[in-house]
Write a protein that binds this ligand. Sequence first.
Ligand SMILES: Nc1ncnc2c1ncn2[C@@H]1O[C@H](COP(=O)(O)OP(=O)(O)OP(=O)(O)O)[C@@H](O)[C@H]1O
Ligand code: SF4
Ligand SMILES: [Mg+2]
Length: 327
Amino acid sequence: MIPLLDIRGLRKHYSITRRGLIGRRQTRTVRAVDDVSFVLQAGQTLGLVGESGCGKTTTARSILDLVQADAGEIRLDGTDVRPILAGTDRAAMLAVRRRMQYVFQDPYLSLNPRWTINEALREPYRAHAPQDDREWDGRIAALLETVGLEPRNGVRYPHEFSGGQRQRVGIARALAVEPDVVLLDEPVSALDISVRAQILNLLASLQDRLGVAYVYISHDLSSVRFISTHVAVMYLGRIVEIGAVDEIFARPRHHYTAALISAIPVPSPGAVDRRVHLRGEVPSAMNRPSGCPFHPRCAAALPICREQDPTLQRMGTGTQAACHNPT
Ligand SMILES: Nc1ncnc2c1ncn2[C@@H]1O[C@H](COP(=O)(O)OP(=O)(O)OP(=O)(O)O)[C@@H](O)[C@H]1O
Ligand code: SF4
Ligand SMILES: [Mg+2]
């Protein structure tokens, strides 16, 4: 079966030029996204996890061509859309853009404060299906209801809404053009804990109804476990483990995944703490350690780990991990 979304060898490096101590210009490379590949089918959710700076946002923004990838393919239903997104055929480009939408961590930053919610929701229709505005009024009202907002509130401005309500507007805006894939970049981390579950439930029920696929970016593994069918763990620009959510949580094979999962807070106060604590800071994406980039922090590191960079291998449990000495 041809995957809905098939990402192959996605790469985005940044060159940073700085003046060194003796005034000489030094150019360093930040490998923000390095050979990232995954597939996603309709109705599935891939949770993209990893510490700050590991390349989650750059991956999402490269898929949407909001930043231009250096290499790789972004296949939608088997067709690489990167040449279309970079090409001059505006109609073809808009048709691809309509199919992939983005939800920001803080929708306040993406909503024009001078526009009412109705105006904000009319914008995607104007861009993607320019027709009589009145025709869309009914759709906008239905859309607001879909995300649990009263249509009569559409005349209000973003600042008049709570964080959770604004995120509902952000989700409505992404869904307006009936996309196939929505990339959700930390969609609940700016919200109060009490509101997070409501938004996650909304996302899950919308997926059941609409069959939309999600890429769900988060630091919070509990929410990833709740909403995802699959998980990809990123470390310094690479996917180090990927597989079905139940497999990854039941038996993580990469030591970084194991450490992240064991760091999820223990819910019961009397429970035994079996956490594998992550040692040290995440290294800079500019100074990736040799061999396995996780080796300076890994308690299971072997001599080979300092020299040879492991590639993703099937682990027998259905997951793939890049590790010389899996758990
Ligand atoms: N425009 C840019 N110029 C240079 N470096 C960048 C740029 N954008 C991102 N980076 C670097 O690329 C790496 C990946 O950044 P990215 O924002 O994708 O990480 P992230 O996983 O989304 O982190 P967070 O969890 O903090 O949002 C980081 O080292 C970051 O500093
Ligand atoms: S390859 Fe080696 S250093 Fe890297 S996670 Fe596996 S055991 Fe640890
Ligand atoms: Mg980010």
